[in-house]
Design a protein around this ligand. Sequence first.
Ligand code: SAM
Length: 322
Amino acid sequence: ELPSSTTEALPRYVRVNLIKTSVDEVIDSFVDKGWTLLHVPTDFSSFKEVCQNLDENQFLRDFHLDDLLVFPAHTDFHDSRLVQDGTVILQDKASCLPAHILSPPEGAVVVDSCAAPGNKTSHMASLMGNKGTIYAFDHTIDPYVCQCEDRIEVLQERMEGAGVSCKVARCMDFLRVKTDSQTYRDVEYVMVDPSCSGSGIVSRLDSLTNDDASVSQRRLGQLHKLQAQILRHAFSFPKVKKIVYSTCSINEEENEQVCEEIYEKFKERFKIKKVMKNWPERGRKGYQKSDRYLRASPTATLTNGFFVACFKRRKMKQEVGS
Ligand code: SAM
């Protein structure tokens, strides 16, 4: 259950763009401007308490993610030079989880299947030291979102601002990507962050609960179908070894149910990996792999509602021990 005042309580998260700077440099620059850096408590409940009681000039590193800083709720950074020049990016902590969980190394060949406006593309590039290739696709015929060309244009602008040079952006339906073609033969990491109801976004929670139930159910059904198709297609890259699936939805139809349906088809070659073992919230009870999924929420993790699953290729017998 989510109290209606949760919007007030969410801290402001600032992601450091490692293409342009380091976390220490950003910390120094805030301290120079009069901010006070607090120590990070060793347990998460104390950390949450500190985050919810920050004075207006206090900040600290995040408990889980080492490129993230936490500031008081409502701090307005939009005029800050660091934001304007792409040194830091304002991004909710939950939305920073997928890139960390996929964690493509420097030089990796990556696909971002549903990329616009590019938060996760730029985050992956930051973690990859801007080295490697990220094929970023976006396409939509969904009347709920603006059209593909505009979305890819926004992505291109944001990548330029963030100094990302390792991406190839394509306005293309991911479902039509020929995954076995020469171009994509070395793809090993795939990010799947498809269209979703957005029901986890705190400011939208009220509208979802007020929706006519049958309309939401119909929309959820359509979304589930699209999400499952996109996730399934990700498994068809011949060398893929890790796939991360995420949504900013709190509905089981878009999360656990999509993952379990697709897992059934690929379970001989892939497992669902338990990620971030020190994370406090897991999948909804009653599913085969409930404890492997990660959920985020305003109350448990001080973030928007979010879901992440990680599929990892099993080692084949001849690979074990080799
Ligand atoms: N990953 C993005 C980020 O972090 O900034 C957010 C992605 S948003 C949740 C989902 C995106 O999926 C939308 O931009 C939508 O246009 C795109 N999309 C939906 N169906 C698609 C398809 N078949 N192929 C490629 N992109 C698709």
